[in-house]
Design a protein around this ligand. Structure first.
Ligand SMILES: [Zn+2]
Ligand SMILES: [Zn+2]
Length: 327
């Protein structure tokens, strides 16, 4: 038993100095319990017991965390046991604790292990997801036909209290869609960590930040896959051409694709024609979903739309009269 006593003494003396962020909760023959904490989320409790023939057998290790995934902890427990087996006959506790601490430091993406597993299920063979533990980032490329959107997603150390962010995005979608992908991703991430402005003051205290990685990636995957397959809600033709190089990038061109507030797509010319054609009563609505059409380019009041229509009709009548006169 002398060996175990010596090791317990060494652990109680050295643990908090050698293992950064550790707190020794108990250090007795029946149980050594240590909390290892990097952030509120990256937090593991190691419960260690001695087998009867210790140190000839490896330590009995149980890892607990209120935040990290059970699957991840199972894997890490397994690694700890394998490493302990390599030093049978010698003290194992500090080695195991160091290994856990290093694992937390070297695998910053462990805080979104479950989210990454769920994301992988959503991706198809055409897509790419690479984990980069060194930079705490993911490199993601989503494809649909010849269209793609590529980005680097940064996971901050204090995730999920701070949200993910996108960097180096690259795409062959027209610029309007690139702005939409990036802007909407930012907004989704923001909503995960900040209460909405609509939330009443008293509810603000109940708000808790939530993980933002999966919500953002789900949005990106759904949008990138869907948009190239969508039709213009007015002429019913495909909005984007099969070949991204042929897509209109001039935002004033007739065939430029517009995305309105309800998220449905229209050719610019189809939308202009529709907006300028009566009835105007009650405002113009999306023919697909019935929501009011709202677009920055058309902050036109009902009255003005009617006046314009009347003016245009009058002009057409005049032209017709001229034409008839010349006949
Ligand atoms: Zn159209
Ligand atoms: Zn709509």
């Amino acid at each position: 038993m002398g060996l175990i006593d010596d090791e317990l003494q060494e652990v109680s003396k050295l643990c908090q100095h050698v293992i950064t962020g550790s707190k020794l909760v108990s250090c007795v023959q029946t149980m050594v319990r240590v909390e290892i904490r990097r952030t509120a989320f990256k937090h593991i409790v190691a419960c260690i017991q001695f087998p009867s023939d210790y140190p000839l057998s490896p330590l009995l290790i149980e890892l607990k965390s209120k935040t990290l995934s059970d699957k991840l902890l199972d894997g890490l427990t397994n690694v700890c046991e394998q490493e302990a087996k390599k030093i049978l006959g010698k003290p194992q506790i500090l080695m195991v604790l160091k290994l856990i601490r290093n694992f937390i430091d070297e695998n910053p993406l462990s805080c979104c292990y479950n989210e990454i597993a769920a994301i992988k299920k959503d991706l198809s063979e055409a897509d790419e997801l690479k984990l980069k533990q060194k930079t705490s980032s993911l490199s993601l490329k989503i494809s649909q036909g010849k269209y793609y959107f590529k980005t680097k997603i940064l996971v901050p150390d204090n995730y999920p209290e701070h949200s993910i962010s996108l960097e180096d995005d690259e795409t062959n979608f027209p610029p309007l869609f690139q702005r939409y992908f990036v802007g909407q991703s930012k907004e989704i991430a923001r909503q995960c960590i900040q209460p909405s402005l609509k939330t009443k003051e008293k509810n603000h205290t109940l708000f808790r930040p939530s993980p933002s990685l999966q919500p953002v990636v789900s949005f990106l995957v759904a949008s990138v896959k869907q948009i190239p397959q969508e039709n213009c809600q007015l002429c019913n033709k495909k909005c984007l051409p099969h070949d991204p190089q042929l897509a209109e990038t001039n935002e004033n061109a007739d065939s430029h694709v517009e995305r309105i507030y309800c998220s449905h797509l229209f050719h610019l010319q189809c939308l202009i024609t529709y907006m300028k054609t009566p009835p105007f009563h009650g405002g113009k609505k999306c023919p697909k979903c019935g929501q009011q059409i709202y677009h920055d380019k058309w902050r036109v009041s009902e009255k003005l739309a009617e006046e314009r229509w009347a003016h245009q009709q009058a002009r057409e009548r005049e032209l017709k009269e001229v034409a008839e006169f010349l006949e």
